[in-house]
Design a binder for this molecule. Structure first.
Ligand SMILES: [Zn+2]
Length: 156
């Protein structure tokens, strides 16, 4: 509860938003009189993210809303990752892909090869996804046998 005196509600709202608090509960004098609470979602600014619930339903409403927010943030992040991940077919395509996002490519596992990729493209390996397509391929850089695909990207 923010009990600070001498600061406006707007300042408090912004202050907590900056800290990443996902859900704000507003209870003003009118809300107390009506037995209601205003819930404001951080991930949906403005009127769209506001809802009104009764004080009685508050615990269930907050629990449900936090789950919705979690799912919404996860879905948004996943969609962003998918939209920004390319699967280049050649090293030329790989170089273009890492200029604007992630590249998912066969990689031989050789650290020298990885160092060369970094030297030439400024991209480094971000991770080797647990979900692999299976089988083998040719390393995107050196063409040697590769048993797994890795995600490459430039640090920003
Ligand atoms: Zn290689």
């Amino acid at each position: 509860m923010d009990e600070r005196e001498g600061v406006s509600p707007g300042f408090k709202f912004n202050d907590w938003e900056m800290r990443g608090v996902p859900l704000r509960l507003e209870i003003g004098p009118k809300d107390v009189a009506k037995g209601s609470v205003v819930l404001a979602r951080r991930d949906r600014p403005g009127k769209e993210g506001k809802s009104f619930v009764s004080q009685q339903d508050l615990p269930a409403s907050v629990a449900q809303l936090l789950e919705e927010i979690q799912k919404s943030l996860y879905d948004r992040a996943l969609a962003f990752r998918i939209a920004n991940t390319a699967e280049p077919a050649s090293y030329e395509e790989f170089k273009k892909a890492v200029e604007k996002g992630f590249a998912l490519s066969w990689w031989c596992g050789n650290s020298e090869c990885e160092a060369n990729i970094k030297e030439e493209t400024r991209a480094t390996m971000r991770c080797i996804p647990l979900e692999q397509p299976g089988g083998t391929g040719k390393c995107i850089h050196c063409g040697e046998l590769a048993k797994e695909k890795a995600i490459f990207a430039r640090a920003y």
